[in-house]
Write a protein that binds this ligand. Structure first.
Ligand code: PRE
Length: 352
């Protein structure tokens, strides 16, 4: 077949796709009307997961699982916007890693609000100015983000999704060579994650200036001569800052885990994880007693981290299952005075 003939075939398939998309959107619109009258949440991650699982199972064509995810997650985001447009607050600024995560969940058409701090993201969702918030919870090299734990403790919002993202850093600068660089801007943890690269290039001797975000670092490095930024690819591109080296992180498996928060509880999906905060009495065996209960009920623990807030020691614990699963309801009830349930959500991964 000639290229023109193939393109005619593609045009005809696109016509059918457009018609099918519109037919789907008509159904979605009616679902939206029902949800808007009953006040039920628009975003139903467990339903989206069930659709993706069903499609991947029956798929025998050229689309990979990742391609199905990419196409349908954008389609779901368009559907949600049709049902009720809802804003998303994220730890900014624009082009931050958190921004990329937010866009991967909520698509290109949503309204995004960059916030200057994790606490501000919680405040915005709590106030209702944004329906969803996206914040980092932990990084494979730097551990738990304390500010997120503090805000989870303070606000009565729910974790409704976890998202893992591979974190790659680039060294971006207007300088033509490493030797010309006199200062580097970045976030403190990004410097930590690129120590070996900086040493190997002799850049540990130049002034390393920690600032609040890697995206802002790219902006500053664009504005100042003889400076560079350690930032994400997209941030360098946003500010037209040339990239000198890519993937400069020490650990090739550098990942950050993010939470999506909102003001409602997810339904059971069958593949869930639950996060809780635990305030134990200061007496011998309190933690062992608490954990034994999980073992007795055969609940698999994924994570246990201790955390100090205002001199008080609390535990951040995560386990397999949904808070409404029959074998978990009882444990939650027995310990209701010692725990705060932060949310049950689809388990994307065991741990970081
Ligand atoms: C739909 C859209 C948003 C939800 O997150 C889940 C699914 C979809 O596009 O399929 C429809 C819908 O609102 C629903 O099934 O509840």
């Amino acid at each position: 077949m000639t290229l023109d003939e193939l393109r005619l075939n593609i045009d005809s398939i696109d016509d059918q796709l457009l018609d099918l998309y519109n037919r789907r959107m008509e159904q979605v619109y009616i679902v939206g009307e029902v949800k808007n009258t009953t006040g039920t949440p628009i975003y139903r991650p467990e339903r989206e997961q069930a659709i993706l699982n069903r499609l991947k199972k029956q798929n025998s064509g050229k689309l990979t699982d990742e391609a199905i995810d990419a196409l349908f997650l954008e389609l779901f985001a368009v559907s949600r916007n049709l049902e009720r447009p809802e804003a998303i607050a994220y730890l900014g600024p624009k082009a931050s890693f958190t921004h990329q995560v937010a866009e991967s969940r909520f698509g290109a058409m949503s309204r995004y609000i960059p916030m200057g701090s994790i606490e501000a993201v919680f405040r915005e969702v709590n106030r209702g100015t944004a329906k969803f918030g996206v914040i980092p919870i932990e990084n494979s090299s730097n551990g738990i983000v304390s500010n997120t734990i503090n805000s989870l403790r303070e606000y009565n919002l729910k974790i409704i999704a976890e998202v893992f993202m591979d974190i790659h850093h680039t060294l971006a600068t207007r300088c033509d060579s490493i030797e010309q660089i006199k200062k580097i801007y970045s976030k403190d943890i990004a410097f930590d994650q690129c120590r070996i690269f900086l040493q190997d290039c002799g850049l540990d001797e130049v002034e390393l200036i920690p600032i609040e975000s890697t995206a802002k670092a790219a902006k500053l490095a664009m504005e100042e001569d003889y400076s560079a930024a350690i930032c994400a690819d997209v941030a360098a591109k946003l500010y037209n800052l040339p990239i000198l080296f890519k993937n400069i992180e020490d650990c090739t498996n550098n990942k950050t885990r993010f939470f999506v928060i909102s003001n409602f509880d997810n339904l059971v999906s069958g593949n869930d994880k639950t996060s809780i905060l635990v305030y134990l009495r200061n007496k011998p065996g309190a933690l062992v007693e608490f954990l034994n209960d999980f073992e007795r009920c055969e609940v698999n623990l994924n994570k246990i981290k201790s955390h100090i807030v205002e001199g008080e020691s609390i535990f951040f614990i995560e386990f397999d299952g949904h808070q409404k699963d029959s074998h978990i309801i009882d444990i939650m009830d027995r310990h209701k005075d010692e725990i705060k349930i932060l949310g049950s959500y689809i388990k994307e991964n065991d741990d970081i």
